[in-house]
Design a protein around this ligand. Structure first.
Ligand code: SF4
Length: 453
């Protein structure tokens, strides 16, 4: 799918969010040997941090805006099969040269819905995986949850995996908006889940919201922001609703021949800006185009009190990936990167299981990237933080980005979307709120007008 250019500000069908570079459509099966070669060669020096992503592709219901590889029709025997294959995948990574003597710096359980698994299934998965992989020294372990799948006892199991950040997919507090969007949970489950999560004592609780869900209005959004604020989460992530081609909303729009029933981009930017201002007033700081973190002075340590971990919330996985970390992505359709090679696992259930049963890593497509592509990738991802340090890129890539991309930066400066102060590039609030739409102009010419995924 091509990245949607927001000429008339209507939310058309298409991708907006830029997650990686070069575009996924440029990755292909012919490049898989590059990934296998990288896996069997010593890690480059200096060796970047290493992360682990574990994809749990099950959900109770498929949301109408979902574009991920998820399954809503699998029974517990299918789930057990999947967990067995995940463990097999971990085993196939054991003793690979590129991973020798490297520990995971961060771990991410994503989906899908990782909390779809029962406590027993989770324990079994971790028991099997830990024969090959452990993460005692990871700086961060994130676990994504759908509020309606949680119980206090399951949260205790999730915490026992070493989880440092629990991420709750709330999306909205209005039950009608949740129902229209096809979400499985309702707001009452959010309040209960959040309370349990606090009692269990995760160092960081993040909540996800989406501005512009179908049925959202200014009043409903303001109410959602108020409710989210009242939870006093450690961090808040807010996405602007987009409508990729493979979503139910896109399918309905194609069938009816009408435009999507999603608020315009200017409305969504207004809503996110409103939320940012409300959260900032309450002591949160903007940490990227999508995230706010609560500023918390560390708790005092002392006898009977070892809970000094609640300083400002961090996003280790985000910052590491946006600065070029390696990532082993496991599970069906997962994305990863190792030693300059992007890869994605096969995106079908049958294909994933079949390759693993044959004793092969389940890679579906890959792409070795050039130094220039690494630079562009890091630069556009770091722009989402709202600032760039040209000296970082000079030291790492030997290029002064403010010269190399002078035309693009000048045009954005003239439009009031960013400002240049010597080596510092600072996005304005207007620039930050539309940052994904600004990034394709930095792509190489061959990727300017291609499908993105
Ligand atoms: S819970 Fe998340 S992954 Fe599951 S269907 Fe909804 S949007 Fe997709």
């Amino acid at each position: 799918m091509q990245l949607s250019v927001q000429k008339d500000e209507q939310t058309e069908v298409g991708s907006y969010f830029v997650a990686n570079y070069p575009p996924f459509s440029a990755w292909n099966a012919a490049q898989i040997p590059s990934y296998l070669a990288a896996m069997n060669a010593p890690a480059p020096k200096p060796t970047p941090p290493l992360g682990l992503y574990i994809h749990i592709p099950f959900c109770r219901k498929r949301c109408k805006f979902c574009y991920f590889r998820v399954y809503t029709d699998k029974n517990s025997s299918d789930v057990d099969t999947y967990l067995t294959e995940l463990a097999r995948e971990a085993e196939l990574y054991a003793n690979r040269t590129a991973l020798a003597e490297r520990e995971f710096d961060f771990v991410y359980f994503g989906g899908g819905t990782p909390s779809f698994l029962s406590a027993e299934q989770l324990e079994r998965l971790i028991g099997r995986i830990s024969e090959h992989w452990r993460w005692e020294h990871a700086r961060e372990v994130t676990f994504e949850c759908e509020p309606g799948t949680l119980k206090r006892s399951k949260l205790e199991t999730i915490k026992s995996l070493g989880t440092t950040r629990l991420s709750l997919g709330i999306e909205h507090f209005d039950d009608e908006v949740l129902a229209i969007g096809g979400r499985a949970h309702r707001s009452s489950e959010v309040f209960q889940a959040f309370q349990w999560a606090r009692e269990v004592g995760f160092p960081q609780i993040n909540i996800d919201l989406i501005a512009g869900m179908v049925g959202d209005t200014q009043d409903k959004w303001k109410e959602t922001v108020d409710q989210a604020l009242a939870l006093d989460a450690d961090s808040v992530t807010i996405y602007q609703m987009e409508v990729p081609h493979n979503t139910e909303i896109a399918r309905q729009a194609r069938t009816s021949g009408e435009s999507t029933p999603v608020a315009s981009w200017s409305t969504k930017r207004w809503w996110v800006d409103y939320a940012f201002r409300i959260f900032e007033k309450a002591g949160y700081e903007i940490s990227s185009a999508y995230t706010l973190v609560k500023h918390r002075p560390p708790l005092p340590t002392g006898e009977g009190c070892d809970a000094d971990t609640r300083g400002d919330a961090e996003f280790v996985y985000r910052d590491a990936l946006w600065h070029g970390a390696d990532l082993i992505g496991t599970g069906v359709a997962s994305f990863g990167h190792l030693a300059g090679v992007h890869y994605q696992n096969v995106d079908s259930w049958e294909g994933y299981i079949e390759l693993l049963e044959r004793g092969e890593l389940p890679i579906g497509r890959a792409m070795p990237i050039t130094d220039r592509q690494r630079l562009i990738r890091e630069m556009i991802l770091q722009m989402k933080l709202g600032r760039l340090d040209a000296d970082y890129f000079r030291r790492k890539f030997g290029q002064t980005i403010t010269n190399t991309f002078a035309n693009a930066f000048d045009a954005l400066q003239n439009d009031g979307l960013l400002a240049l102060y010597g080596d510092e590039v600072l996005l304005s609030r207007a620039g930050l709120l539309r940052v994904d739409s600004l990034l394709p102009r930095f792509f190489e010419p061959q990727f300017q007008n291609v499908r993105y995924t």
